[in-house]
Design a protein around this ligand. Structure first.
Ligand SMILES: Cc1cc2nc3c(=O)[nH]c(=O)nc-3n(C[C@H](O)[C@H](O)[C@H](O)COP(=O)(O)O)c2cc1C
Length: 378
């Protein structure tokens, strides 16, 4: 696809996405909470951590395959759950899930996706996980778990870092109903004909799994308002009772929470600051991994996300103790530019960079990443 011959990096895809999407939609995807400190901290931390190259290793064959929850993955990558992806591209959930399937990694469908649980299972052939927000409406919440199980989703991911909506100021600025704001938003659409055409053909995205029914700017607020602020350890245990399969808890930062989750036998712990969209003071992904791996190694599978835009950064997370890295915006920028082909392109960029980094660090297969050969010696 022509538009995709050019972008060589995720940042270039991001710039193309900025040009294709209405400002309001781009900001919904790109933005963070409060002063966007966590957003910047994630990037700074991942970019600035050094790696020390290794020499004189035969690296003609690099193998990125690995095993997570007893199943093979083509690379230690997962596509993170993202609500309202349909604002970026028509049927984006399906398009991204197909891209993930074609590179052999799982796709996590959000509670606030624009595609129904069963519809995605029918449309995408790959490995599917379902992300559950603990909705206030318990019947709806339990119904989602049941539907995911019946539809054959492999893993349930319970997101616990949205007890209240994050303060996304970019979104607020768009939703202010001043006349100038309104005029600016409508005028901006004139310059986004391809996006408008997509909406004209497919309609505004709906939320078939949860009754969010909101536009881009209000989504975080309305979705957050649907999440049950009383959800606690007892409630998590109830979800565990309803889901006999693999269970992952997403949005964990504190080592006490990690220890408690591990002692409860959770299969996976997903370290995250929600891509800088929730607690603005939260540590970045490498700091989280370093604190957690000091207290637990090998109990639960560790997934890390927030800010990953390069394969070298994925490698840094792996040597810091992650079993896999989840990619959010990196893939969504690609989908915003060219649907499935764009998402695939983004995943291929990250995979190619991961292979290059492994070669330059003298690591030929993923299990060997766990030994720390590539960190600077103190
Ligand atoms: C547009 C958007 C929507 C998101 N929606 C959800 C969601 O519905 N559920 C969830 O658990 N996390 C959601 N997240 C957070 C991602 O799952 C992930 O934690 C985060 O995007 C990782 O950071 P990154 O985008 O810098 O890779 C969303 C993130 C974005 C950018």
């Amino acid at each position: 696809m022509n538009t995709l011959e050019e972008p060589a990096s995720i940042e270039q895809l991001r710039q193309l996405a900025r040009r294709r999407l209405p400002q309001q939609v781009f900001d919904f995807i790109d933005g963070g909470a409060d002063d966007e400190l966590a957003l910047r901290r994630n990037r700074h931390e991942l970019q600035s951590a050094p790696l020390v190259g290794r020499a004189l290793v035969n690296v003609t064959s690099i193998d990125t395959t690995c095993t997570i929850f007893g199943k093979p993955l083509a690379a230690p990558l997962v596509v993170a759950p993202m609500g309202a992806c349909g604002l970026a591209w028509p049927r984006a959930d399906v398009e991204i899930a197909r891209a993930a399937a074609s590179v052999g990694i799982p796709y996590v469908l959000s509670t606030f996706a624009n595609t129904g649980i069963e519809d995605l299972a029918d449309a995408a052939e790959g490995r599917l996980w379902f992300q559950l927000y603990p909705l206030r409406d318990r019947a709806l919440r339990h119904g989602l778990v049941h539907r995911a199980r019946v539809a054959g989703y492999e893993v349930l991911v319970v997101t616990v870092d949205v007890p209240v909506p994050g303060n996304r100021e970019r979104d607020h600025s768009h939703s202010r109903s001043s006349l100038t704001g309104l005029v600016k938003n409508v005028a901006g659409l004139i310059w986004r004909p391809r996006w408008c055409w997509g909406i004209a053909c497919h309609g505004l995205p709906r939320f078939p799994n949860a009754a969010a029914g909101a536009g881009a700017a209000a989504l975080a607020q309305r979705a957050g308002a649907q999440v049950d602020a009383t959800f606690d350890w007892d409630e998590l245990a109830r979800v565990r009772d309803r889901w006999p399969g693999t269970l992952v808890v997403k949005g964990i930062q504190h080592t006490n929470d990690v220890q408690r989750l591990a002692s409860l036998g959770m299969d996976g712990i997903w370290l995250s600051n929600h891509g800088g969209r929730q607690l603005d003071a939260a540590p970045g992904p490498l700091s989280l991994l370093q604190s957690v791996t000091q207290i637990q190694r090998g109990h639960s599978i560790l997934i890390a996300d927030s800010g990953f835009r390069r394969g070298s950064e994925v490698f840094k997370a792996l040597i810091s103790g992650a079993d896999a890295v989840a990619l959010g915006r990196s893939v969504l920028y690609g989908a915003a530019v060219a649907g499935r082909a764009g998402a695939l392109h983004a995943l291929q960029i990250i995979q190619r960079e991961l292979v290059q980094t492994m070669a330059m660090c003298g690591v030929t297969h993923i299990p060997a990443v766990t030994s720390p050969p590539c960190q600077p010696t103190p």
